[in-house]
Design a protein around this ligand. Structure first.
Ligand SMILES: Cc1cc2nc3c(=O)[nH]c(=O)nc-3n(C[C@H](O)[C@H](O)[C@H](O)COP(=O)(O)OP(=O)(O)OC[C@H]3O[C@@H](n4cnc5c(N)ncnc54)[C@H](O)[C@@H]3O)c2cc1C
Length: 367
């Protein structure tokens, strides 16, 4: 007789939760819970620019993040191929530019890069790469391997794909807590799962006191007069700004990065900064339609590195910070293999030794 598949509860159907469910679709009976309607509208993933930029990010993150980001970039096309509809994915590099007054920011970023797969580009080369942008840019860096995808398209297509599998049972408007090895959904204790995987992002903060939110504000524009070939980063003294062109003249512009858990809508100051950056890069943005202007919180641990924490039958995947799209294929691969008792990819543990944390389960205290 065939062995019964493991029963796995995945709590949180944002980026990690739905990707993990998809990758486990043939290996387990999955019950997916999310507090939202199924559109991921309460997730950080819904707001992200979904830049896949391991080298550019390495200026402010570890070598391990870069290495695992490069690994994820190889995994994304394979994952996308298995989905039931196409998702916008591009790997045409990214271009980093600075106006003269911010030249030092570009030099500093270049010094901090942890890899060398980039080219310094001058005015003529910038023009060849991006013919439409402001001709005042005198210098830049071209990172040829970087990529991006469309976050909202991915979340929607993952949802459509997940709903096609009998092995996946998805509960929306299901607010869940995990209390000492117990899963409580909308106030009711649910039993019978072999594993509970916590993918609640910042929603897990009540149980994980070392988790924090890092505020980001982001805009989506529709600018029919603007064509960019690839994501463009504009050096800025406060934070790196990017303009990520998605399909059909849609652009995600972001993101501010503020050490704050303020969940209010974007401020005037940040919006002005983002929009004036766009206009300074390409005057065609003046006529763009603002499709949304939103803020969100990136879930992060103190070192801004991701972790898979295992305690008894509860696994938490969290802390993806500004690297959710960059790292989720690797985190999901790590978790899937752990759940199935397969060999773990040693590269993950070598590159980020803290990525896997195993501890004894909490003891359930009875009053
Ligand atoms: C402005 C901004 C820009 C970003 N840009 C990029 C980028 O360019 N590249 C990149 O790689 N990453 C980027 N990120 C980061 C990325 O979005 C996050 O790292 C990623 O979404 C984290 O995934 P997650 O699944 O852990 O959490 P989330 O995507 O936040 O999903 C968590 C899910 O859990 C659900 N949930 C929470 N609490 C409960 C509960 N109690 N019960 C049931 N469900 C619950 C939520 O509704 C949500 O659906 C950006 C983030 C922001 C905010």
């Amino acid at each position: 007789m065939a062995e019964a598949l493991p029963r796995i509860a995945i709590v949180g159907a944002g980026l990690l939760g739905r990707l993990l469910a998809f990758q486990l679709r043939a290996d387990a009976q999955i019950t997916l819970f999310d507090q939202d309607s199924g559109a991921a509208e309460q997730s950080a993933a819904y707001l992200a620019a979904a830049m896949l930029a391991p080298l550019a990010e390495s200026a402010e993150s570890s070598h391990g993040i870069m290495a695992l980001g490069e690994e994820s970039l190889k995994l994304w096309p394979k994952i996308l191929q298995q989905l039931h509809e196409p998702v916008f994915f591009q790997q045409q590099g990214s271009l980093l530019v600075a106006f003269e007054q911010d030249r030092a920011c570009l030099t500093q970023l270049q010094r901090n890069l942890k890899g060398d797969n980039y080219q310094r580009v001058d005015k003529a080369q910038i023009h060849a790469l991006e013919p439409e942008i402001n001709s005042r840019f005198q210098q830049g860096l071209f990172l040829p391997d970087e990529g991006q995808l469309d976050n909202r398209e991915l979340l929607r297509v993952l949802a459509t794909s997940l709903r096609k599998y009998a092995s996946i049972d998805w509960h929306c408007h299901a607010k869940a807590e995990i209390q000492a090895q117990r899963l409580v959904v909308n106030g009711k204790v649910l039993q019978g799962f072999d594993w509970i995987v916590d993918c609640r992002g910042l929603g897990a903060k009540a149980q994980q006191s070392d988790l924090r939110g890092v505020r980001g504000e982001v805009l989506r524009l529709y600018a029919p007069q603007v064509t960019l070939q690839r994501p463009l980063r504009l050096m800025h003294p406060r934070y790196p700004l990017y303009i990520a062109p998605k399909a059909n003249h849609h652009f995600v512009v972001g993101a501010t990065q503020l050490e704050s858990e303020d969940a209010r809508q974007p401020t005037v100051r940040s919006t002005l900064e983002l929009l004036s950056a766009c206009f300074s890069v390409h005057s065609g943005f003046a006529e763009a339609e603002i499709q949304y202007n939103q803020s969100g919180l990136r879930p992060a641990y103190v070192d801004n590195e991701p972790q898979m924490r295992v305690s008894g039958k509860v696994i938490s995947l969290n802390g993806l910070y500004r690297h959710g799209y960059l790292l989720s294929p690797v985190m999901v691969d790590l978790c899937r293999n752990y759940l199935l008792g397969n060999r773990l990819n040693p590269l993950y543990l070598q590159q980020i030794p803290t990525i896997l944390q195993e501890s004894a389960p909490e003891i359930l205290e009875f009053a």
